[in-house]
Write a protein that binds this ligand. Structure first.
Ligand code: PRP
Ligand code: ADE
Length: 170
């Protein structure tokens, strides 16, 4: 199935000069949603049991949950600052169009657990790199970072020290 035709370019969002890759048409298509979740789960290593899947707020939550279900893994939300109710580990980071702070619950990961990180877009890699660091600081091991798409020209893949998989490249 051609999922690329369900991703649309929105010029100058959220800032002038940024071409925003909008996945809402893909999310609205039930066949495409299942297709993406099946393929992303299928790209995960099979020789390591993945204990938990992280979805990064907000667009990483949707397929992150679907992938966790397919892998028989738990789900961990990594959220923007101030949204998680219990004790958190925080990390500030830069992304293609700004900077922010991401947080994870301190007790979300047990030492030695194998973690898959999912997000919709890999751009500069600032977001995913920050999440890798949050996981490692809690004693987890990142097995793979996977994405619906990566923006090759921003070289995010080079920033990540772990295995990267994605369904689309631009
Ligand atoms: O590789 P990077 O340059 O770090 O950019 C990628 C991040 O940017 C977007 O999130 P955004 O912060 O816009 O949040 P949202 O999902 O809440 O819209 C996207 O969903 C990734 O999380
Ligand atoms: N160009 C882009 N489109 C959608 N999400 C993004 N996150 C970072 N850069 C992005």
């Amino acid at each position: 199935m051609n999922i690329q035709e369900l991703v649309r370019d929105i010029p100058d969002f959220p800032k002038p000069g940024i071409i925003f890759k909008d996945i809402t048409p893909l999310l609205a298509n039930s066949e495409a949603l299942v297709h993406c979740a099946d393929r992303l789960a299928g790209l995960c290593p099979t020789d390591i049991k993945i204990d938990k899947v992280i979805g990064i707020e907000a667009r990483g939550f949707i397929l992150g949950g679907m992938i966790a279900q397919r892998l028989g893994a738990g789900f961990i939300p990594v959220r923007k600052k101030g949204k998680l109710p219990s004790k958190v580990n925080s990390k500030s980071y830069g992304l293609e169009y700004g900077e922010d702070i991401l947080e994870i619950h301190m007790d979300a990961i047990k030492a030695g657990e194998h973690i898959l990180i999912h997000d919709d877009v890999l751009a500069t890699g600032g977001t995913a790199q920050a999440v890798c660091e949050l996981v490692e600081e809690l004693g987890g091991t990142v097995v793979q970072c996977n994405f619906i798409m990566e923006l090759d020209f921003l070289n995010g893949r080079e920033k990540l020290k772990t295995t990267v998989a994605s369904l689309l490249s631009y």
